[in-house]
Design a protein around this ligand. Structure first.
Ligand code: AMP
Ligand code: ZN
Length: 465
């Protein structure tokens, strides 16, 4: 079956295609008022894996992510910290980019802050006004949602009985109530403001995504992603804005990632269970372990984060790395076992079919582990031949082109060549003394530092990962 996704808009799994080879994709990005937490990262690892899979299926990406660097929370926190908005958001933008890099989340083709798009937002508001969708109250511009009959089509809510004229101008919403939302907020004491043709003020939160998406991707997008909590009102408002301007369907596929809970509880300050990547690393876990854990549960399923789960992720990665090492360093008997070649093809097919099925990453992993188990026992029994290595490595590479966990994160202050050589010499003498535990320990230690050893007839060769 072909590549297909569950579309929140139609509430159905639909085959995915585009009008050309390019996928125009938009992902709601972070609000840079604090360090992103592991829940946020779930909704960013998801579009990363999606990107990678779309590419594996022959598409080219044009992917945009916004960075919300102006909103109520930012203004509140920056004021509390006694910093300007710019000084304040710079810190967390940098942290976000570092963390996403550590998590091997690919940079979208465009990742760009809202405040760099004030003219585009102003223009969008002007177009909405021209089309009769707005009104002004106390110097702020609002979207009158009664003028957009499709309002509610994404969240499948019936808003026909909305209270006309009831409006909200903060960025934090009451989730059950549809109200006219603010597009442009009149300037207030102690808040940043831009002097523009629609007045002195600042943008509301929702307009940035429509304006930026349309600037970089045009009026019609193939995919839009976000966390499930954004469906209403944020994405509903994005549709009202974009379609209110263009009169065309804004997005074909809306993909929403479910939330992450921690030890079965909602993340909250009072429970002290909001973890950042930095917290996780301080506890000794690697970024790739978190990436693996976040990616291992299909994106539409709730994910219950536990430290046991994170430990298990570390072990799973270790197992796969050991398997890769075994493939690369063992001396297998000459020849090719045809049945195992077929087995590798079946594994690739199972992996691909799982990923095509709305990114069923759990099934895809099952295909990997079944194959690893089968081939490990074939290696034990001598049936796995030198000619089977390439097929096995190719399958592992396909898995890793999406999951991207095999390469160890090189710790800061990595080893110098001389230090590597010293450790290798120590390992060789440990082996001579039959201290295999120590020898293995050194190999592992080097691997963690990004150094791969290969035992050859001529001695030990090494390279950096
Ligand atoms: P924010 O930085 O608050 O704008 O949120 C960035 C992204 O994180 C949005 O797509 C949210 O839907 C998502 N998000 C927030 N909390 C969670 C959570 N607990 N689990 C998964 N995603 C979340
Ligand atoms: Zn958005």
């Amino acid at each position: 079956m072909a590549l297909r996704f569950y579309n929140t808009l139609t509430q159905q799994v639909e085959p995915f295609s585009t009008r050309d080879n390019v996928v125009r994709m938009y992902s709601c990005g972070p609000t840079v008022y604090n360090f992103a937490h592991i829940g946020n990262f779930r909704s960013f690892v998801f579009p990363d894996m999606l990107r990678r899979w779309l590419r594996a299926r022959g598409f080219t990406l044009n992917h945009v992510m916004n960075i919300t660097d102006i909103d109520d929370k930012i203004i509140r926190n920056a004021n509390a910290a006694g910093k300007s908005i710019n000084e304040f958001t710079e810190v967390y933008t940098k942290a976000f980019l570092e963390d996403t890099a550590a998590l091997r989340i690919e940079r979208p083709e465009h990742i760009t802050p809202a405040t760099a798009h004030i003219p585009e937002m102003v223009e969008a508001v002007e177009q909405l006004t021209k089309a009769g969708h707005t009104y002004v109250s106390d110097g702020s511009v609002y979207y009158r949602i009664a003028t957009f009959p499709g309002y509610g089509k994404l969240s499948h809510n019936d808003f026909s009985g909305i209270r006309a004229g009831a409006r909200v101008d903060n960025d934090e919403y009451d989730k059950d109530d549809a109200r006219d939302f603010v597009l442009w907020k009149a300037a207030k004491e102690g808040e940043p403001a831009w002097d523009t043709s629609i007045g002195n003020g600042r943008p509301g939160w929702h307009i940035e995504c429509s304006a930026m998406a349309m600037k970089y991707l045009g009026e019609q997008l193939d995919i839009h992603t976000g966390g499930v909590d954004l469906t209403f009102p944020h994405h509903e408002n994005e549709i009202a804005q974009a379609e209110g301007i263009s009169g065309k369907q804004f997005v074909r596929f809306w993909l929403h990632a479910e939330h992450l809970s921690v030890e079965s509880q909602k993340m909250s300050k009072s429970l002290g269970n909001i973890y950042t990547l930095r917290d996780i690393q301080e506890k000794g876990y690697t970024p790739e372990a978190l990436r693996y854990l976040l990616g291992s549960v299909p994106y539409r399923k709730k994910l219950n984060f536990t430290f046991d789960g994170l430990k298990a992720a570390m072990t799973s990665i270790e197992r796969l790395r050991n398997y890769e090492l075994r493939l690369k360093t063992s001396h297998f008997p000459e020849g090719t076992n045809d049945a195992l070649e077929t087995r590798a093809q079946t594994a690739v097919k199972a992996f691909d079919e799982a990923m095509d099925d709305d990114l069923n990453t759990a099934e895809a992993l099952a295909a990997v582990y079944e194959y690893v188990r089968d081939t490990n026992s074939a290696m034990d029994s001598g049936e796995f031949k030198a000619g089977n290595v390439a097929g096995a490595l190719a399958f592992l590479a396909r898995f890793d082109s999406i999951f991207d966990v095999l390469k160890p994160t090189v710790k800061a202050g990595s080893l110098s060549d001389a230090e590597v050589e010293t450790l290798i010499a120590e390992r060789t003498s440990a082996k001579k003394n039959k201290d295999f535990a120590r020898a293995d320990g050194i190999r592992k230690e080097l691997l963690e530092q990004g150094v791969i050893l290969e035992d050859t007839k001529e001695g030990v060769r090494w390279k950096r990962a």
